[in-house]
Design a protein around this ligand. Structure first.
Ligand code: OOB
Length: 512
């Protein structure tokens, strides 16, 4: 079973010839950055900061220490860390060794970590004492990492997989996304260019650093590429973020839509000086145009919409796009060599401007999941089926109109109904379960679990605490539970989610 599906050689040669894939690893890249920007501050968290030179040295010493523990090129380590300096030290140390970080999120709990450890055959689980959940893997604590004397390790090749990221995937358990040094560095460099980052950039990392958006769109890595400064925020809420913006003179940050709403409300009455902010990026879920229009008047900065996916493709609105494009579209692709198709359910291209499913392939979009999980997510000719329903405007911008995949986007956090349903079915009083989204003014969507009991009905509170007790991230616990006698079914006897959704919307409108 191949760990990852390579691009066809002809495409790979083209991406190299175009200068997209430069044959550099993350380890070599950081060394180059240290050469260019050595004494500048690369990252700040709380009262600590590291210069580019210090980060480069820390990565070397930690790589040596981890190698001393027996970690070897090609091994996998599940990394679950808060937004802190140690996140960058650890990730770069692993990159230098050619050990693949498997990026967990701080919200993940026992069940998700166990799945990641198992699915990736991880040799270790690197986390903090606060975030740690019980695991069979060998635990490495962030406050007790081994720093050794740098030696020469047998590092990875630029075409190797650098790390594994989680898919928001629509099938039961999260799939792993293998990204190579070459392809990811291309998306980082190109993103930094599109977003106009430079040595004056001060980026507040408010979302969890391991997620693709704050990591590379252009995120933490894009800021390092430009020689700017990353400010790590332990939480994204205004009480934590606003004082940091004032203290560090933050110029750029990235938020999901519900947080953007919270910030807009708080900014209208804050005493903190937010005048250093130049750009607010919003992505991960659809941003309402009304919210988009408030960004400049309330925060005094430009808005950029970002529509991306850990599988690859990222779209940005551009600095020179007219306001209405920035407010009403989700941008256009990074690369002139991103190939986009908008197709009908039979896979045929729709008429220009019509809505269809977005398929994509290109220089930084994967051709297969780790160990070929879910091959049906890719077409025969290598396009990734995004599951997003979009339309293309005449100007070439994408507008996300809906979804063809069974996935709930809870304010940017992706919930697989199938995953939650499989846990609900484990409850002794549950005969059948179906999880659907319910529209929500704040999160965009919330989750509702419809449950058919097999005897005396359990209470909603019991169902929710049961899901929680299964060791799942809190955002997967159903926001609402409806006990019903039976499910409507489709012609072929499958539960009709469409009817469940309709019933739910009617109930929401009826104020029940
Ligand atoms: C980002 O990545 P993922 O992997 O957590 O989720 C990808 C999915 C997309 O397929 C789409 O369904 C949804 O999230 N999405 C958006 C969106 N941005 C992402 N839907 C509507 N509007 C948007 N602006 O979420 C991600 C990765 C890199 C950059 C930004 C977001």
């Amino acid at each position: 079973m191949p760990d990852f599906t390579p691009w066809p050689e002809q495409e790979a040669a083209r991406y190299r010839a175009l200068g997209y894939w430069r044959g550099q690893t993350f380890g070599a890249w950081l060394r180059e950055l240290a050469g260019k920007h050595g004494p500048r501050v690369a990252v700040v968290a709380g009262d600590r900061g590291l210069t580019y030179t210090e980060l480069d040295h820390a990565a070397d010493r930690l790589a040596a220490g981890l190698s001393g523990l027996g970690l070897r090129r090609g091994d996998r380590v599940v990394v679950q860390l808060p937004n802190d300096i140690v996140f960058l030290e650890a990730v770069f140390a692993l990159f230098r060794l050619g050990v693949l970080p498997v990026f967990a999120l701080p919200a993940h709990r026992e069940t998700e970590i166990a799945h990641l450890v198992e699915h990736s055959d991880a040799t270790a689980y690197l986390t903090t004492r606060e975030l740690e959940v019980p695991s069979k893997a060998r635990v490495l604590h962030a406050d007790a990492l081994p720093y050794g004397d740098p030696g020469t390790q047998d590092g990875p090749q630029p075409g190797d997989v650098a790390f594994l990221q989680l898919s928001g995937g629509s099938t039961g358990l999260p799939k792993l996304i293998p990204r190579t040094h070459d392809d990811y560095l291309y998306s980082v460099r190109a993103s930094a260019g599109i977003c106009g980052l430079d040595t004056g950039t001060v980026y507040l990392c408010a979302l969890p650093a391991a997620h693709n958006f704050p990591l590379s769109s252009p995120g933490v890595l894009g800021v390092l590429h430009a020689g700017g400064r990353v400010v790590m925020a332990p939480r994204p809420t205004p009480d934590v973020a606003f004082p940091l913006i004032e203290r560090e003179r933050v110029t750029v940050t990235a938020l999901v839509p519900p947080l953007a709403l919270v910030w807009l409300r708080a900014a209208a009455r804050t005493s903190h000086d937010l005048s250093s902010l130049r750009l607010l990026q919003v992505g991960g879920a659809k941003l309402a145009a009304e919210t988009a229009r408030q960004v400049r008047p309330v925060l005094g900065c430009r808005l950029q919409q970002v529509f991306g996916m850990a599988e690859g493709l990222v779209n940005y609105t551009r600095a020179d796009d007219p306001d209405d494009i920035v407010e009403t579209t989700q941008g256009r692709p990074i690369s002139p060599h991103d190939e986009l198709l908008v197709v009908d359910p039979a896979g045929r291209p729709v008429a220009p401007g019509d809505v269809g499913e977005l398929l994509t392939r290109g220089p930084y979009t994967i051709r297969g999941y780790y160990r070929d999980a879910d091959p049906a997510a890719f077409t025969e000719d290598g396009y990734y089926r995004t599951g997003d329903l979009v339309r293309l405007t005449p100007s070439g911008h994408l507008v996300v109109e809906g979804r063809a995949k069974d996935l709930i986007n809870r304010g940017g956090e992706k919930v697989s109904p199938e995953e939650v349903e499989s846990h609900l079915l484990e409850h002794p009083a549950v005969l059948d379960a179906a999880v659907v989204e319910v529209p929500d003014a704040y999160l965009g969507e919330r989750t509702c679990a419809f449950v058919v009991p097999n005897g005396p009905p359990p209470s909603a509170a019991e169902i929710r605490s049961f899901v929680r007790s299964r060791g799942l991230a809190e955002y997967k616990v159903p926001d609402r539970v409806e006990i019903v006698a039976a499910f409507p079914s489709t012609g072929v006897g499958k539960t009709s989610k469409r009817e469940l959704r309709a019933a739910l919307r009617a109930a929401v409108r009826g104020g029940q």
